[in-house]
Ligand binder design. Structure first.
Ligand code: GAR
Length: 203
């Protein structure tokens, strides 16, 4: 294998996808290449970011699928067609079934905007995570990159980075600081490390 083929699954703005593209373009992931971006949301700005970087995109709108099984089988068909080695969930707001995660054991990674096991699991996504941290009154939060298994946000942790909470923080200011000082750093690093180990397994 020359490089691990990466698919990035997105739902929204795609700043984590951008961090992955920037790292790749500056030589930060010599063992991997993003070859496909899949969005469940046709309006996701992440799709524009991918197109600007010359990466193939595909929309699989969950609302147009009759069931979770149909949604996932459409995703899997795309992954198989492109011979994907690693799936990165970067702001992907859909939970994947145990069937799906078992088919890609240690081949799916996710970035979550808190220090797991705090503020994670079903219902904790996007700004809700930061609102929960502020409501609880914790003084430190952060980001986690982990392998994905059948338990939402429950797979093996790959990397974490702590971020201080300031007294004047709102969910929006905290989200921005967690992205800038944690997610956009540890996600590209973790993706590069996992690609290196996948390549090592196959050569
Ligand atoms: C990021 O903060 C990501 O960690 C979070 O949503 C945001 C997506 O931003 N993901 C989750 O909450 C998943 N449980 P982005 O689209 O700009 O990367």
């Amino acid at each position: 294998m020359l490089k691990a083929a990466i698919a990035v699954l997105v739902s929204g703005g795609g700043t984590n996808l951008q961090a992955l593209i920037d790292a790749q373009e500056s030589g930060g992931n010599p063992d991997g290449e993003i070859v496909l971006v899949i969005s469940n949301n046709p309006g996701a700005y992440a799709l524009e970011r991918a197109k600007k970087a010359g990466i193939e995109t595909c929309v699989i709108d969950k609302k147009q699928c009759a069931s979770q099984a149909e949604f996932e089988s459409k995703i899997r068909a795309q992954l198989e067609e492109k011979h994907i080695d690693l799936i990165v969930l970067a702001g992907f707001m859909c939970i994947l079934s145990a069937d799906f995660t078992a088919a890609y054991d240690k081949r799916i990674i996710n970035v979550h905007p808190s220090l797991i096991p705090a503020f994670c699991g079903k219902g904790y996504y996007g700004l809700k995570v930061h609102k929960a941290a502020l409501d609880y009154g914790v003084k430190v939060t952060g980001a986690t990159v982990h392998f994905v298994n059948e338990v939402p946000d429950g797979g093996e942790i790959i990397a974490q980075k702590a971020v201080e909470i300031l007294p004047e923080d709102t969910p929006e200011t905290l989200q921005r600081r967690v992205m800038e000082t944690a997610e956009w750093i540890i996600l590209p690093q973790a993706v590069a490390a996992v690609c290196k180990s996948i390549k090592g397994e196959t050569t």
